[in-house]
Design a protein around this ligand. Structure first.
Ligand code: B16
Ligand code: MG
Length: 216
């Protein structure tokens, strides 16, 4: 029986990847490090400090932990500036409808995002009150593909992991869902997300009935 649906944020609820890209690109340009959209794909679902390390790898010098903290901070300030441009129009198609339908059916909803800015993003999109719980990415010790964030989200809504289903657009997130013992719905294809149990092009293709069916 389906008790809760656990959502990833970027690529599932909205496409913040483009804003992350612009913020990282500004930083990489300042440092004279090559960085493009293709490289940005590798940062999806990856936490802030790990993303920074992946970018700095393409530079020709090393950075102290203090310098890296500063760089991560400066990227985040830029990202937060860009977040002020976000409006409910940036919600991916079908998301609000799905969240409302789940609520009507008494199915709990939680967010399992690696982003520490997730609460701000939900506010800007106007969907904060449609989530029963938002996992705190800052309190998670082990990032995706570890199970921790999805287990934390399940605990937050008080539903046993075996009664939860996860929705992801990144392979690391799909693995994370599986490690938490849940079926994984991939927003993508069998090529981009080979491990997902079910694939859809967009959240608009999802209904409570379909998600219930996939629990069995
Ligand atoms: P922040 P998700 C992830 O969100 C993004 O995909 C990833 O690109 C980003 O670096 C990460 O959040 C951390 O974000 O810097 O805001 O804490 O896909 O897990 O919702
Ligand atoms: Mg994602």
């Amino acid at each position: 029986v389906l008790g809760a649906v656990l959502f990833d944020l970027d690529g599932v609820i909205t496409d913040t990847a483009e804003l992350h890209y612009q913020a990282w690109k500004d930083l990489a340009d300042e440092l004279g490090i090559p960085f493009d959209r293709e490289h940005n794909e590798k940062l999806k679902g990856v936490d802030r400090m790990t993303s920074l390390k992946l970018i700095l790898q393409n530079g020709d010098r090393t950075y102290s932990p203090e310098e890296m903290e500063k760089l991560a901070h400066s990227k985040n300030e830029r990202y937060k500036e860009l977040l002020t441009t976000l409006t409910p129009e940036a919600l991916l198609p079908g998301v609000r409808k799905l969240l409302k339908a789940l609520r009507r059916d008494g199915i709990r909803t939680a967010l399992a995002s690696a982003s520490r800015n997730a609460p701000t993003v939900l506010d800007r999109l106007g969907v904060t009150d449609l989530f029963d719980y938002v996992a705190d990415a800052g309190a998670v010790a082990l990032q995706k593909p570890d199970a921790e964030i999805f287990l934390n989200a399940a605990a937050g809504v008080g539903v046993h992991p075996l009664r939860c289903i996860g929705i992801e657009d990144a392979e690391a997130g799909v693995i994370s869902i599986h490690r938490a013992g849940m079926p994984a719905v991939g927003i993508g294809t069998t090529e981009t997300l080979p491990d997902a149990d079910h694939h859809v092009d967009s959240p608009a293709d999802l209904t409570p009935a379909l998600l219930r069916e996939w629990m069995n």
